[in-house]
Design a binder for this molecule. Structure first.
Ligand SMILES: [Zn+2]
Ligand SMILES: [Zn+2]
Ligand SMILES: [Zn+2]
Length: 949
């Protein structure tokens, strides 16, 4: 039934298409000229119908989601009354829509943290309403009014949500902080800090919580879980907490358990707290797959033995394999690729070229020659004294590279390319001249000189050329049998060394979850020589390993993760967690990340919160992929980010030094750590261990402990070192010789998560077993490990950060002044405020400030109106005024074009303007890059000086 009926007027009857409009309480009907009826409910309308009164009749516009219907030429009688009626009917339906929209808004944006995934959804629910409201505001004001009008106003004020998200979230945070204040004050033994509270509240789809050492990330984990259960009515079994290892999982469980009484939480309502492995194992069980662990996991030695056996089989299978293996067992290097002589020297220093014959040679190509001779049974001497037949004195000490035993034949390998160039650090003219002299010399004395060249190797035929030369001299080749060669390799330790490296590769391949293609690409992009050969051998090793496990129906730790991920992706297991929390995220591997992603993708749109400290990432060797933290957004998409930067553990001196040290690497997040404890003098002490005869470090440590004990009889003291062996010997000496008890000993790695009042860090020296550890893995192992930022020693730097921040009160660093660690050299600079309590190091420090223009002045730091600068203490006599080095804060001395830092371990150079002394900056024009004076843009005293780059 209808309340009103409007007929078409005269015009309508002639020109229109409909005859009448019937208006009821719930619907209205348009009746066509052909008697066709179209019925519409009011909830189909998105706006209040628009009535227009024209001379030729009434016009009504109805707006629907898909468009409009306009009715023309209607009779005007009673129209005002009808307009009122129909507007109220539509308004009632719109009011319901507004309420519904607002409920959604409340649920997704006011009563919870606005999640990125809800923004689109909200915007699309609001779009039509807001547009209609803006279009017909006066009508809405008249007919909707009251509460709903307020609501639509509120919705309009935050529309589109996508550009008001920050504001909405701020409001939510403010309200939550207020409402949950009591909870946050009492949930842990200390009230949570503001940042900790925010980390708990923020429940975006993805949340990154970055912590610095000692800023209470475990408290955040505990509080977050409790907040969800106690305040947000989330069920325990809807929450999954992933801990890095068993100990961490136990600690979390313990801390939650402690609080459970207070909040009346039954044990059954506890969240699932698990290690990745336990989780994977559970998923395998539920999807009915084998969880029997392989023998390899109990004992890494068994794994190594298996790899060794595989290698032996591999080499025995085919003579080519053995040859392959010999080639791969030494790392190929091209001396022409080094850019500086220092770099080359360091490489040669850190790598040894040991031949199959057992001797050390000077370079890779000499190694190839030696090995070829050895393999072919040609006996030779390396670098023999040159003794021509005539036995005359040639006037200088000449040692050719090789001599073939029992003959007059010598081999010289010349490091030049086709156009006579040499590697860096060698003058090519000089080299070529000497080369010619040598040829002359042999000719003169009737000895035979076989010559090989660097470019033979580049062109891939060094060995063929060598063979040709040797054969031409009628020397018989007696190739060694594969068995004999293999025995040689074994004796030289090559088998063991390679097995070790290959085992590391297997670990990396599985932790990074690499396919054959990935392996090949990694090796290639890392410029690993022979990358194809490596790919083939590694792939068959990996396949053999997988076969070994599957044929026994066994799995290893990686499988727990890999197979579980597969099970989820293949929907053999359905994850149902709504909240996923991951601890120690900075050490997460690619394989683990893939498992998390699968859980998130196949779950009920869960919220993922990861907690970690990119400054403390130290498990790369086990697959820890720091990039996942430092580039979190790139990997998972938009996310909330909270930085925990207040510590109650250590004081400002330790925070500043450690922070400055770690942030030297630009790849690390910037964090300013605020400390509760404030001190005015440096609490990091640099000491040296000289003067002790027996065990240098242990003796020094004993004396430091005595000093500490004089002031603090109870404080916890810990001795830390990069390597276990140093700790072992220090421990023995300290307890046996000095009878000191109650000290703990930690390696830097194992110290993570621990703390002591006083920490004594030892083992700071340079070299292969020094710190930072210079020993790098073989290039092909490196290539397969998670990518490392290219800042030098970045992982070792993080390790020292971890070690220093274990100390609550004082940190003592004991260094060897005779073999100086690069990190110690860095500390000895004005930028670091540490207490140099060593005469040797103090002298070093003083040298930085010695005036280089007068005989006894020292530079002093002054502050002028243009910033800080140095001035010589000789005052009037000396006018030297160095600038401050950007890198280390030392005086930097100006020369004509350059300013060079006076600190020998820094020596950073900066281009300066030779006209006005301002720094030069790189600028670009259409002719390319050039250096321009930074005074160019100044209004006064402008300098237009430029220089070629
Ligand atoms: Zn001076
Ligand atoms: Zn410097
Ligand atoms: Zn200038």
């Amino acid at each position: 039934m209808y309340q009103y009926k409007i007929h078409a007027n005269l015009w309508g009857r002639i020109f229109g298409t409909f005859s009448s409009l019937e208006i009821g309480e719930d619907e209205f009907t348009i009746i066509g000229k052909d008697k066709e009826e179209s019925k519409y409910c009011y909830d189909k309308l998105i706006d209040i119908p628009n009535f227009n009164y024209y001379l030729w009749g009434l016009q009504i516009t109805f707006s629907f989601k898909g468009g409009e219907i306009k009715l023309f030429f209607l009779a005007k009688s009673n129209a005002k009354e009808i307009e009122h009626f129909i507007s109220i009917c539509t308004a009632n339906s719109l009011k319901q829509k507004i309420s519904k929209a607002y409920i959604e808004y409340q649920a997704f944006a006011l009563n919870q943290y606005l999640r990125d995934s809800y923004i689109k959804r909200l915007d699309s629910s609001f779009r039509t309403l807001v547009a209609a409201y803006k279009h017909s505001e006066p009508l809405w004001n008249t007919y909707i009014g009251g509460d709903e009008l307020k609501l639509i106003n509120e919705i309009t004020s935050v529309y589109p949500i996508v550009s008001h998200a920050d504001q909405i979230r701020d409001l939510y945070e403010k309200n939550s902080l207020h409402n949950k204040d009591n909870f946050f004050c009492n949930v842990e033994s200390n009230p949570l800090t503001d940042k900790q509270r925010k980390a708990v509240i923020r429940n975006n789809d993805r949340n990154l919580v970055l912590a610095a050492a000692g800023t209470g990330k475990t408290s955040v984990m505990v509080a977050k879980v409790l907040d969800l259960i106690v305040n947000e009515d989330v069920l325990g079994n809807e929450i999954l907490v992933l801990a890095f290892n068993k100990a961490a999982a136990e600690e979390l469980k313990g801390r939650l358990f402690k609080r459970s009484d207070k909040y009346n939480i039954e044990e059954s309502a506890f969240p699932i707290i698990s290690t990745f492995h336990a989780l994977g194992r559970g998923i395998l069980k539920e999807s009915e797959q084998s969880t029997r662990m392989t023998k390899f996991v109990e004992d890494p030695a068994k794994m190594l033995a298996w790899v060794t056996k595989w290698l032996i089989d591999y080499c025995g299978r085919h003579p080519d394999n053995l040859d392959n293996f010999i080639n791969l067992s030494t790392v190929e290097v091209n001396p022409f690729e080094f850019e500086s002589i220092e770099e080359y020297d360091r490489y040669v220093h850190d790598n040894e070229f040991r031949t199959l014959n057992g001797e050390l040679v000077r370079g890779y190509q000499e190694l190839l020659i030696s090995n070829w001779l050895f393999k072919n049974g040609v006996e030779y001497e390396y670098e023999p004294k040159y003794t021509p037949k005539t036995r005359i004195d040639i006037g200088f000490d000449y040692k050719p590279d090789f001599k073939i035993k029992g003959t007059n034949i010598y081999i010289e390998h010349f490091g030049i390319d086709r156009i006579g160039r040499t590697r860096v650090g060698i003058d090519s003219d000089d080299y070529v001249e000497k080369l010619l002299e040598k040829i002359d010399l042999h000719e003169k004395h009737g000895t035979c000189l076989l010559q090989t060249y660097h470019f033979y190797w580049v062109e891939g035929n060094l060995e063929t050329k060598l063979k040709g030369l040797i054969k031409a001299k009628d020397i018989t080749l007696i190739p060694k049998s594969p068995d004999a060669l293999f025995e040689t390799l074994k004796k030289l330790g090559k088998i063991a060394e390679s097995a070790n490296n290959f085992q590391k590769c297997i670990v990396a391949i599985r932790a990074e979850n690499l396919t054959e293609n990935d392996i090949s690409e990694r090796l290639e992009s890392f410029n690993v020589p022979n990358h194809k050969k490596y790919t083939t051998i590694l792939q068959s090793l990996h396949q053999a390993y997988i076969y070994e496990l599957s044929s026994q129906q066994e799995i290893d730790f990686d499988d727990m993760i890999l197979i579980a991920t597969k099970a989820i992706n293949e929907q053999k297991f359905r994850p149902c967690w709504k909240h996923i929390l991951v601890d120690e995220f900075q050490d997460i591997s690619n394989a683990r990340m893939k498992l998390i992603k699968a859980i998130v993708a196949k779950g009920p749109n869960p919220i993922l919160t990861v907690v970690g400290d990119d400054w403390q990432s130290i498990y790369r060797f086990a697959g820890g992929k720091l990039e996942l933290t430092t580039r979190f957004s790139e990997y998972v998409g938009s996310n909330s980010e909270t930085i925990l930067d207040k510590t109650f553990r250590y004081n400002n001196s330790i925070a500043e030094t450690a922070g400055q040290f770690i942030m030297k690497n630009p790849e690390q997040y910037k964090k300013e750590v605020e400390t509760h404890d404030k001190v005015t003098s440096p609490q990091i002490f640099l000491l040296d261990n000289s003067g002790y005869v027996n065990d240098e470090y242990a003796d020094k440590v004993a004396s430091i402990i005595k000093t500490i004990r004089q002031q603090d009889t109870k404080g916890k003291i810990s001795v830390l070192s990069r390597y276990k062996y140093q700790l072992r010997s220090a421990k023995t000496t300290i307890s046996r010789k000095y009878k000191i008890k109650g000290i703990t000993f930690w390696t830097f790695h194992a110290s993570k998560g621990l703390e002591a009042d006083y920490c004594i860090l030892i083992g700071f020296c340079s070299g292969i077993l020094g710190f930072p550890n210079r020993r790098v893995d073989a290039k092909f192992v490196e290539a397969l490990l998670p990518t490392l930022d290219d800042f030098p020693f970045s992982e070792e730097r993080r390790l020292l950060y971890v070690a220093i921040t274990r100390a609550k009160k004082k940190c003592y660093i004991v260094a060897d002044p005779n073999s100086r660690s690069q990190f110690i050299e860095e500390f000895i600079s004005p930028n670091y405020h540490i207490n140099i309590a060593s005469e040797r190091f103090t002298e070093e420090y003083k040298k930085i400030f010695k005036c280089n223009s007068c005989s006894d002045g020292y530079y002093e730091l002054l502050e002028g109106k243009h910033g800080k600068f140095y001035k010589c203490s000789s005052g009037f006599v000396c006018r030297s005024k160095p600038r401050v080095c950007n890198e280390c804060g030392s005086p930097s001395i100006d020369y004509r074009n350059k300013s060079i830092c006076n600190n020998p371990s820094c020596h950073s150079e900066k281009e300066i303007c030779d006209k006005c002394g301002r720094p030069m900056v790189v600028r670009e024009s259409k002719f390319g890059k050039f250096l321009g004076c930074s005074g160019y843009s100044l209004k006064e005293d402008r300098c237009e000086n430029t220089r070629r780059l």
